[in-house]
Design a protein around this ligand. Structure first.
Ligand SMILES: [Zn+2]
Length: 63
């Protein structure tokens, strides 16, 4: 049988098959996917952190 030492895993971002060994961007396939993923997390964090609504001039409207 084949004796392959190379581990290939799909990139969690784009599902592209990626060689694990010697890959500085693992588990991603490239710097782009890594950055995109981190940015997505950062963006989510930012949204949660800044979830508080700004002081809106929203006094109860009674008509
Ligand atoms: Zn990718």
């Amino acid at each position: 049988m084949t004796d392959t030492k190379i581990k290939i895993l799909p990139c969690p971002r784009c599902r592209k098959e990626t060689v694990w060994e010697g890959n500085p961007f693992r588990p991603f396939c490239s710097a782009r996917c890594k950055t995109t993923d981190l940015a997505a997390w950062a963006d989510e964090d930012y949204r949660i952190a800044g979830d508080e609504a700004p002081a809106a001039d929203e006094s109860s409207t009674n008509e």
